[in-house]
Ligand binder design. Structure first.
Ligand code: 5AD
Ligand code: SF4
Length: 438
């Protein structure tokens, strides 16, 4: 029999990027071949995100665009994986009646079996049970990138922020064993990876067999050949002094912290169930900056949460002003099924006001971000080269330890994956510009 070819497209967060690598690993191990040309695929998987309504609409639209391949008969199986099937399989079946496979994030190990079943009896295959034991400990992901990769250290979330669907679609929080994380990171490094990002919805609450998150960082950092260690996402309520100390002292741990604050008003934070006040957040940041002066901070912000007044919103602007983030992912509140907010609050901020507030946070963030990264002008920084720059072929881009983007005029000797020193000469938008220094 000819080898069946699959094509996988990823939507959403870094956890999904990692999960697609897991799925790829599972399918390759079972004799399937990955291809990058959708027109030649026998199997199509979209790995999806349900965090906001727009994300759901985008995936449904994308799948509709692929419907003709299924009709033509070249594509045998079209499947939707991840958070959307877990969020609303009924909607997918209604809007995409040609779908063959629906799998939630805890059932990827069953995909080969589901594919076989589907080919045999031509019936839709669904696996949407949440499995609180599932960590994919024995499965090696197929890593696409040659020098940088993600390693998921925990799955699910127990925080139940009132707006968020993640605890419902990814289930309860569970940590992988330190042993399996170390095996996977060592394997990646032995294949040439020099930068690892440890992933979880709330990495600070990692705990497995007595190993805490700071202890895990120390262990992973000892892997020979690893140069940079990153992690995301951190929850402000769980960041410990020990984590700050380890980040400050360990040379391999990058001086960048992604610390979502979501909103500035204490009333809104309370209704969001975030577990901290505005002042507590700002004090945490001050402590972090005192211990790690070179730290770069990034964040997530939501505008238009139910009942958010103009006063509340001004507090959000105040946090952005005072905290000095390099960058922020900024979102308009999107009501989600199952959540406490949907059940108890009315999505009562108009679209117009939501958009205006988004525009205001984005403008302020742009100004503050430029001031922050501008502090690097005149300094020489080590960067990990990632790719040729999108704008000009003679330029390349890379990132500093603080995760700041640097664009520089390259030469023939430099390639993606290299670590080089760049003298920073300017800043514009979210990028730094520089010249190679030997
Ligand atoms: N609406 C808007 N943004 C959301 N986020 C999570 N849930 C929602 C929602 N319902 C944002 C938060 C979170 C990021 C991953 O997505 O800012 O930190
Ligand atoms: Fe969602 Fe809050 Fe968990 Fe993040 S910490 S995944 S925002 S519930």
């Amino acid at each position: 029999m000819l080898t069946m070819k699959f094509f996988i497209e990823t939507f959403g967060c870094q956890m999904n990027v990692y999960d697609s690598e897991l799925v790829t690993g599972i399918l390759i191990k079972n004799g399937y071949e990955q291809i990058s040309n959708i027109n030649k695929a026998d199997i199509l998987f979209l790995n999806t995100c349900a965090i906001r309504e727009k994300a759901v609409e985008r995936v449904i639209h994308k799948m509709e665009q692929y419907a003709h391949l299924k009709k033509k008969g070249d594509l045998k199986i079209a499947g939707v994986l991840g958070c959307i099937p877990q969020y609303s399989s009924d909607r997918l079946k209604k809007e995409l009646p040609f779908i063959d496979i629906l799998s939630g994030p805890d059932n990827y190990d069953k995909l080969p079996q589901m594919i076989s079943e589907c080919l045999k009896n031509k019936k839709i295959q669904e696996n949407l049970e949440l499995n609180e034991e599932q960590n994919y400990d024995d499965i090696l992901p197929f890593i696409k990138n040659k020098f940088s990769s993600f390693v998921t250290i925990m799955r699910g979330c127990n925080n139940f922020c009132s707006y968020c669907v993640v605890p419902y679609v990814r289930g309860r929080e569970r940590s992988r064993s330190a042993g399996s994380i170390l095996r996977e990171t060592s394997d990646a490094v032995s294949k040439g990876i020099t930068e690892i990002t440890l992933l979880g919805q709330n990495v600070n609450s990692y705990k497995s067999e007595g190993v805490s998150f700071p202890a895990l960082l120390e262990k992973v950092s000892e892997i020979e050949g690893l140069k940079r260690l990153r992690f995301a996402t951190s929850h402000p309520k769980d960041i410990s002094d020990e984590l700050i100390k380890v980040t400050a002292e360990n040379k391999k741990i990058c001086k960048h912290l992604h610390l979502p604050f979501q909103a500035g008003s204490n009333e809104v934070l309370k209704r969001m169930n975030r577990g901290y006040t505005k002042d507590e957040y700002l004090i945490k940041i001050e402590n972090i900056r005192n211990s790690i002066p070179e730290i770069a901070l990034t964040t997530d912000t939501i505008v238009g949460f139910p009942d958010e007044t103009e006063e509340d919103f001004l507090q959000t602007l105040e946090v952005i002003e005072q905290a000095g983030f390099d960058n922020s992912f900024m979102f308009i509140y999107s009501e989600r099924e199952h959540t406490y907010a949907k059940k108890n609050f009315k999505d009562n901020i108009s679209k117009k006001i939501k958009s205006e507030r988004l525009k205001k946070v984005a403008e302020l963030q742009k100004k503050i971000g430029l001031e922050q990264i501008g502090n690097d002008v005149g300094k020489t920084k080590e960067i990990l080269v990632e790719s040729v720059s999108k704008k000009r072929k003679t330029e390349m881009m890379g990132r500093t330890g603080q995760n700041r983007i640097v664009i520089f005029e390259s030469d023939d000797t430099i390639k993606a994956g290299d670590y080089i020193n760049v003298h920073i000469t300017g800043a514009e938008g979210v990028s730094l510009f520089g010249e190679i220094r030997n």
